[in-house]
Each structure stands twice: as C-alpha cells, then as structure tokens.
Design a protein around this ligand. Structure first.
Ligand SMILES: [Zn+2]
Length: 349
C-alpha cells in the first residue's frame, strides 16, 4: 500500500501505521498562521481493506473526507470518526482513491470545463514559479465583468461556484456584457496543494497594493487599468468549522455602499436555495466589523474604490454546510448559476 501526495493539489505527510490506523499530518508550506487545514492524499493498493485515517489536528469535516477516483468528480465518504479522523472501506477493485479536506476543484476539472464549453484559455502571466497562469474571456458587450477565484489556493468551493456562474452565463448571457475570468489566481498554490491563505508576507488577496508581489494580481490590475469595470466578483470559502464558516455569505465593504449590497443580497437570496445552497444575508459580514477592514487591500476593496464599479464583492461559500443546507458538487455549481441570475437581476433592477 502507498499513501502519497504525488498528484496535482496533493498535500500530506505520512507519520506511521498501526494495524488499520494510518497517522497523517498536513504540510503548512508558506503559510504563516497555524490554521492551515488543507490536506489531500492518494491511497494506492488498499483494495478490500478498511482503514482509519487520523490527522494530527481536527481538520476533518462532518461528512468525513471528500473522495474521488479521477480528481474531477468528488463526493463525501460520510464516514467521520471524529473531527480528526475518518474511515474508508476500499472496494475489491478500488486500487487508487483520492481523499481530501473538502470537494477539491483541480486544474484538471477546470480544463474539462473549458473543453466542454469550447472556451480557449490563454496565459495571463507567468506565476512566480514560472507556470502559465490561465485566464479566459467569454461573451461580448460593452459592460466589463471580472470574475476570479482561488486568491486563497485552498478554497475550492469558490471554484465550483465559479463553474456554475460560467455555465449559466454560457447558456444564458447577461445582456451586453463580457466576462474576464482568472479562475485560479494563486495557480502555483492550487497546483502544489498549498493552503495559500495567510501566506508570508501576505497572501494574494492582500496584494492589491502599489508594490504588488504576485504577477497574477498585477495582471488583474493591468487588465482593468484602461477599462470601466461594471462588476467584479471574487469567489472564496471560509475557514474550517468556526463561526459562520458553514454558511454562504457576502463580505461587504464600505458603509456608504450598503444600499447596493442590500439590493444585491435580496436578489441573490431570492435565487438561492432548492437545488442551490441557501444564502441568507443575515450571515453577511458588514463593513469594518471584526477583521473586515475597508483598508485591507483585497480584490473587492480595490474594485469598490473605483468609481466605474457598480458592485464588487467577495462571496464566501462553505466547505460543508449544514444537514439542511449541505454541500455537494452539484449544489455548489447550482449556487453559481443562482448567483449569475441574481447578477443579471441586479443589472436590470
Ligand atoms: Zn478566501
């Protein structure tokens, strides 16, 4: 049997095995704060066995691990032992299985989506490690929308929601708009399986400053420099099981923009729920409450301070949800579809 992280988005360190108990830890890699919950590993050669996987921290969600056989389709094992462990019974022909903290959204999945929709990505910049960072444009029209995700590499729910937004727009565009998308801003971090949030000295979503250190952030600012940007949306996921982290919420900026946020939130509430995750604006983070400072140089702060922008926001979508509002890949995608319709409503309201 082999347990490893030798695949895109992989992150694990094997500690020891005692009979059916496998002890593991995740790697921090570049993150300053000791809150790096991200892990993802592959098990090969365990067909027919039942094993207990035990992390050294409480980084396992209520529905067990996310599980996949192809790094594209993911579901829950539904086999949580406690907040730090889960079990899995490998079928007789299950020779290679991937497990992760949450439903991963990998570069392979992104490529599958773009192929399916006939979207041709291009290289928006080279990452610090020399990778070709993908971006793409869809639609046509005079109003510019910017969409992004994975400013924090570990926040896959943002990507699932972005996929839904792209699918919905592709089938039913918002009138007279074009969309520029940077789907995986911290492309190095996503590919290498890093937490990404709270990077040293700061992460990608604290880099909207004059002396930006990340080429991807510079590329977004460059793109927007000579255009009017009507809407700028950044898709994220909250922390691991603290506070409102099992909810869907909007991070609002600037008290003087409250009426815009209220207007959008009501429209998104009306479109959410059912096949999509339920969004309730009572969980929104209000401007200048707690950590949400209007001075923090985030993507949404940057665009909200531009006079051309009608709405810039961060959408946070939970890794897990709750039993009555539970995350699945399909429900995350449908949340993106609902978000697209709400944005369309906003443009018409
Ligand atoms: Zn984030």
């Amino acid at each position: 049997m082999k347990i490893h992280a030798d695949f895109e988005c992989g992150n694990i360190r094997f500690l020891k095995q005692e009979e059916n108990d496998i002890y593991l830890t995740n790697e921090m890699r570049g993150t300053v704060r000791d809150k790096a919950y991200y892990w993802a590993f592959c098990v090969e050669g365990a067909a027919g066995k039942t094993l207990n996987f035990r992390l050294d921290r409480e980084w396992v969600g209520p529905y067990g691990a996310a599980v996949s056989h192809d790094l594209i389709n993911w579901s829950w094992t539904e086999s949580s032992i406690d907040g730090a462990a889960f079990s899995y019974t490998f079928g007789a022909d299950e020779d290679k299985v991937y497990f992760a903290h949450d439903l991963l959204y990998t570069p392979s999945r992104l490529n599958m989506l773009l192929n399916e929709l006939g979207i041709e990505p291009y290289t928006v910049c080279r990452s610090l490690k020399g990778r070709a960072v993908p971006a793409f444009k869809i639609g046509s029209g005079k109003n510019n929308i910017i969409l992004s995700s994975r400013h924090h590499a570990c926040e896959s729910p943002g990507s699932w929601v972005l996929e839904g937004m792209i699918r919905e727009y592709a089938s039913s565009p918002i009138e007279d708009t074009n969309i520029f998308v940077v789907p995986m801003v911290d492309y190095d971090g996503v590919t290498e399986g890093e937490q990404g949030k709270d990077r040293d000295p700061h992460d990608h979503n604290r880099d909207y400053i004059d002396d930006s250190i990340y080429p991807e952030v510079s590329a977004i600012i460059d793109y927007a420099k000579d255009k009017d940007i009507s809407y700028a949306i950044d898709f994220h996921a909250p922390s691991h099981r603290i506070g409102r982290s099992n909810r869907v919420y909007v991070v609002r900026k600037f008290p003087e923009l409250e009426s815009r946020f209220d207007k959008f939130s009501k429209l998104f509430e009306a479109r959410s729920g059912g096949d999509a995750m339920t969004y309730d604006m009572k969980y929104d983070v209000y401007p200048n409450v707690g950590w949400n400072k209007d001075t923090t140089p985030t993507f949404s702060t940057y665009f909200n301070t531009r006079p051309d922008c009608n709405l810039a926001l961060t959408l946070e979508v939970t890794h897990y949800g709750t039993d009555d509002n539970k995350v699945s890949a399909e429900r995350l995608i449908n949340t993106g579809r609902a978000f697209c319709r709400a944005l369309d409503d906003f443009t018409k309201a």
